[in-house]
Write a protein that binds this ligand. Structure first.
Ligand SMILES: NC(=O)c1ccc[n+]([C@@H]2O[C@H](COP(=O)([O-])OP(=O)(O)OC[C@H]3O[C@@H](n4cnc5c(N)ncnc54)[C@H](OP(=O)(O)O)[C@@H]3O)[C@@H](O)[C@H]2O)c1
Length: 271
């Protein structure tokens, strides 16, 4: 049966928000699931509901992805489980406030969750998918802030720029092995992430905030259309294409054996 060939999707941060909606949609598409997060009660309730409603096999794995031993267990699962065909690298957090006045330890935890964990998990999944067969997909949840560091603090947007860079590079690395890397750049989406960071999302202009179901459905539509990068709210994809083209056009001049003319000093001229 077609659905049996889809395999299993492992989703991090699946207990609520964007990850929980991915879980719902992927189960309805016919994937079995492994749900990963810290909140056992929520994970088991979601697993039970999705299993009952879709008939899929839905497991859950309690893991704090900022804890080395927990992260290692999830990595091991991703490396060794041959039924896995999709990783949704979604778990993440934000810390509001400035670097100067904020809690530096929270910034570090955020970097561990938003950068270290998805890197290690993507590496484990990539090895499994590339070695076992020519299929599989890694879906990385970045943010539009990857493109707009001025809109929030640099630490959070920096973690998301990292995810975007990692994904763009990984796409090239895994292309030949037939492994897809899809990057999603959500704008403000109504989930708990805001309250967890002490920000009132209802204070934003309503036209800026997307409902989480709409966001994930759009991201999956982008996935189905074969996009490498999906920005769910962007009306004209040509805007992002122009941005990418401008970035790539810098390429030939980013590393040269001479400083640019405007930086040439007297010493350089004399040499
Ligand atoms: N909402 C937005 O506006 C927005 C915009 C752009 C990008 N994003 C990105 O989208 C992703 C999902 O965010 P969301 O809005 O859905 O956030 P959310 O509602 O706060 O959900 C975050 C998920 O991550 C899990 N999580 C948090 N800390 C964890 C840890 N240490 N170990 C394991 N799991 C952990 C949470 O579950 P537990 O608490 O049970 O562990 C939860 O399932 C994040 O990467 C976020 O940066 C969100």
């Amino acid at each position: 049966m077609a659905t049996q060939q889809l395999g299993t999707a492992l989703i991090t941060g699946a207990s609520t928000g964007i990850g929980a909606v991915y879980a719902d949609r992927l189960a309805r598409r016919g994937y079995d699931l492994v749900l990963v997060a810290r909140d056992e009660a929520r994970l088991s309730a979601l697993a039970e509901r999705l299993g009952r409603e879709t008939g899929r096999k839905v497991e859950w794995l309690k893991a704090d992805l900022t804890a080395k031993t927990d992260l290692a267990l999830v990595e091991q699962r991703l490396r060794e489980d041959e039924s896995l065909t999709v990783l949704v690298n979604n778990a993440g957090m934000s810390v509001a406030g400035t670097l100067v006045e904020g809690d530096i330890d929270r910034f570090q935890t955020m970097i561990e969750l938003n950068v270290i964990a998805p890197t290690r998990l993507a590496a484990a999944a990539a090895r499994n998918f590339a070695a076992a067969r020519k299929q599989g997909a890694i879906i990385n949840i970045a943010s539009v802030l990857a493109l707009a560091p001025e809109l929030f603090n640099g630490s959070y947007s920096g973690t998301k720029a990292y995810v975007l860079n990692l994904s763009l590079s990984l796409q090239k690395e895994l292309e030949a092995a037939g492994v897809r890397v899809h990057t999603v750049l959500p704008g403000a989406t109504r989930t708990e992430i805001w309250a967890r960071a002490g920000v009132n999302v209802d204070g934003f202009p309503p036209e800026m905030v997307m409902e989480v179901d709409d966001m994930v459905d759009a991201a999956l539509a982008g996935f189905d259309q074969g996009e490498l990068v999906t920005i769910p709210s962007l009306p004209d994809p040509a805007d992002f294409e122009r941005y990418s083209a401008a970035r790539l056009a810098l390429g030939p001049n980013l590393s040269r054996n001479r400083p640019a003319e405007r930086y040439r000093t007297v010493r350089a001229d004399a040499a």
